[in-house]
Ligand binder design. Sequence first.
Ligand code: TUI
Length: 314
Amino acid sequence: MVQSVLCEMLGIRYPVFQGGMAWVADGRLAAAVSEGGGLGIIGAGNAPASYVREQIRLARSLTGKPFGVNIMLLSPFADEVAQTAAEERVAVVTTGAGNPSKYMKLWLDAGIKVIPVVPSVAMAKLVTRLGASAVIAEGGESGGHVGELTTMVLVPLICDATHLPVIAAGGIADGRGAAAAFMLGACGVQMGTRFLSAEECSIHPVYKEKIVGAGDLCTMVTGKRLGHPVRSLRTQFARDYAKAEYGGMPDDQLEALGVGALRLAVQEGDLKKGCFLAGQCAALVGKVQPAAEIVREVMEGAEPLLKGAPQWVR
Ligand code: TUI
C-alpha cells in the first residue's frame, strides 16, 4: 500500500487530499473522501462563517475521521472563517490564494495542523518558519486560481526549499500522476478536478457531464489582465471573457463580468454565463464514481508504478 509520513501525521490511510474547491467542496464530499481513507477538505471559498460552521458540523455527523477546511484568503470573510475553523478545532486548515501569516498563531494555538498552498520558494520558506505542518505545491495545470509554475518544476523546487512534507497538486488525476508526484519528491497528492466527478459531489449534473466528457484542449486561462488568472473549461463564458479581456473592456466592467459566474456553473449548470473551474486533467477523468473508489483507484494505480521503478535502472 502506498503510504507516507502524512498518514501518521494526519491519521489517514492514504496520502490523498481532496482540494477545497470553492462552492463545490461541501461537508458531504469532504466526509466521503475522509471515509474513503483520504483527507476530505471543506472549501470556504467566499462563503460566510455560518456556512462553513454548518458544513463542518455536517461532515462531523457523517464521519469520525479527520477532515480539513480550506480558507480562501481573498475572501471578504477570511477573518471570520479563520476564527470559526479555530473554534471548531478542525484537524487541518489548508490555505490558498494568499499569505496565511496573520492567522498562523490562531490556528496553531487551537492545535490545528496548517498546510498552506505555496506558489513560490519564498512562501514555502516563510510558512516553514511560522510552524506549518506541510505545504501544498500546486502547479498551473490546476483548476481555479493558478500560479506561474508547472507541477513538474514547482514540486522539486519546493522540496528543496523546506524540510516539511510536500503535497503535489495540479494535473494529477490518476495513479500515473500520483506516482510521478512521489518521484518529484512529494509525499502526498491533492486532487480537485478528479473529485468533481465523485457521486457525493453536489455540483450540477451539466458540470459533471462536461468534466467527464472533456478532451485534451478543454481548458483555458482567463483573468491574467486583472491579476488573478483562473483556469476553467473552454465554454461560451470563458471565450466571451477572453474576448472582453483582450478587446480592451475597462477593468471594472471586466470584473463585473466574472461576479457570480462560479455559482452559475455549480448550481445552475449555466453554460452561457457560468465559469466551470477545472484543471487540465479533466481530460483524464472518465466516469462518475464514489469518492472512496477514486481515492483507492488512484493509490492502487500508483503502487505498481512505484514498485516497477527499478526497471529503469541497469
Ligand atoms: O486558491 C487556489 N485556487 C482557487 S481559489 C479560487 S476562488 C477565486 N476566484 C477568483 C479569483 C481568485 C480566487 C478558485 N481557485 N489554489 C491555491 C493557490 N494559492 N494557488 C495559488 C495560490 C497562492 C497565490 C499567491 C498562494 C499564495 C499566494 O501568495 C501571494 C502573496 O505573496 O500574498
